[in-house]
Write a protein that binds this ligand. Structure first.
Ligand SMILES: Cc1cc2nc3c(=O)[nH]c(=O)nc-3n(C[C@H](O)[C@H](O)[C@H](O)COP(=O)(O)O)c2cc1C
Length: 190
């Protein structure tokens, strides 16, 4: 099972990085798999650690794809990386082993500290729709435009029925990005 989380890391020069990623648990270890090139990958390799943030504020997921990075951070307890203040919970992890790959290395990490901050209040279909749209946006240049149009129409049904303010903010950022990216793709093929 893949779980969508926010990974926070810090570079050797002290620059913080926030990125949505899918993680997979293998027993006590968690695998992070960033595509090259990736600042998250470079930071985990150089610093040997990261924080996995379990977050239901989908604005963070959408924000990282649309240039909104100003999410409040706090210091982690046992690793040299920040944690996301909005997270419901977080795991601080240390890098144990790398399965190298030219496209997508797999980083096996071990939790060294975990904390809960606020309760999980249940699933929201609007949040799921925003995550799906975020995935579409991150693959926009590889998908046919009519497929994107159909998916947006379908996802909008859950948004209309169930989304709150945060979900609509995230949705609007992503829709704006779809139009910008589409325009760029159109201009580059003309
Ligand atoms: C829900 C979601 C899951 C993602 N999962 C991954 C992932 O597992 N690996 C990856 O390289 N990028 C993933 N991405 C895309 C990255 O977040 C994005 O490319 C980001 O810029 C990573 O680059 P960075 O490490 O340089 O910040 C995901 C995006 C979303 C919205």
């Amino acid at each position: 099972m893949i779980q969508e989380v926010i990974i926070t890391t810090r570079s050797s020069t002290g620059v913080n990085q926030i990125a949505p990623m899918g993680i997979v648990w293998h027993g006590q270890q968690v695998v992070v798999a960033p595509f090259r090139p990736s600042r998250t990958l470079a930071n985990i390799l150089s610093e040997g650690c990261a924080v996995i943030n379990y977050c239901d504020d989908v604005r963070v997921f959408a924000g990282c794809l649309t240039g909104h990075y100003e999410w409040p951070l706090a210091e982690a307890e046992q690793v040299s990386a920040p944690r996301l203040a909005a997270a419901l919970a977080h795991s601080e992890v240390k890098l144990q082993r790398v399965e190298d790959d030219p496209l997508r290395p797999r980083l096996f990490c071990q939790p060294v500290c975990e904390a809960n901050h606020r309760p999980f209040r249940g699933f929201n279909r609007g949040q799921a729709a925003v995550l799906e749209l975020a995935i579409l946006v991150s693959r926009l240049n590889r998908l046919p435009p009519d497929k994107i149009e159909r998916e947006i129409e379908y996802l909008e049904i859950s948004m209309d029925k169930t989304a709150g303010e945060n979900e609509w903010q995230a949705w609007d950022w992503l829709i704006e990005k779809v139009y910008i990216l589409r325009q760029q793709i159109k201009e580059s093929t003309e």
